[in-house]
Write a protein that binds this ligand. Structure first.
Ligand SMILES: [Zn+2]
Length: 195
């Protein structure tokens, strides 16, 4: 598996800190990616808000095929619109939206896209490197390393951390694996142990 560009993880931590500061968000608390979307001028809709969608199509998107898609992002010049599948639980929606915003912030160009009859670009299929970068951005803005380290050091479980950050437990596990916070916590414990 190709790795991330050198320094990219650090860039994400710094960007996450900067965006959280701009948004007035607690550096150690959860971050609602809808606030970030608003700050970036990215509109976020549910399928119900899409004008002209027939009841049959809406049913297809929100019930029949609800498991098969997470989001669709459209671009018109500098304007972005993310249609977010709100049939998914909040943790998954937060990760999906933060991931799509990662593509926007990082100005990723999709490998494939479609042009709708209205001339909108439908963003689709980014290459693996860009997907990894968007995942890294999403994980970091939702669960910054320092905030995770504090929580893990205080003995929180993955489930508690997931509830705290309003993300899935899978994302917490991914962040524990990629940030090295467990090693740092173990070192701290050893360092502070006195007989
Ligand atoms: Zn993506």
């Amino acid at each position: 598996m190709p790795g991330l560009r050198r320094g990219f993880k650090t860039w994400c931590e710094n960007a996450a800190r900067g965006y959280r500061r701009d948004l007035g968000a607690d550096p150690l608390g959860p971050l609602d990616p809808r606030m970030l979307a608003e700050n970036l001028g990215v509109a976020v809709w549910t399928p119900q808000q899409v004008p002209g969608l027939s009841p049959r199509d809406l049913r297809q998107l929100t019930v029949t095929a609800a498991d098969e898609w997470s989001a669709a992002t459209l671009r018109d010049g500098d304007h972005y619109l993310v249609i977010l599948n709100d049939a998914h639980d909040l943790g998954r929606q937060n990760n999906t939206l933060a991931h799509e915003l990662g593509h926007v912030v990082l100005r990723h160009e999709p490998a494939k896209m479609f042009i709708t009859s209205d001339g909108l670009m439908m963003m689709s299929e980014y290459n693996d490197d860009l997907e990894q970068e968007a995942n890294c951005f999403a994980g970091t803005i939702l669960v910054p390393r320092e905030a995770l380290l504090r929580l893990i050091s205080s003995g929180a479980s993955n489930r508690e951390a997931a509830q705290h950050f309003k993300v899935s437990e899978a994302l917490v596990r991914m962040r524990r694996n990629t940030t090295g916070v467990d090693i740092q916590t173990a070192r701290r414990r050893r360092g502070t142990w006195t007989p």
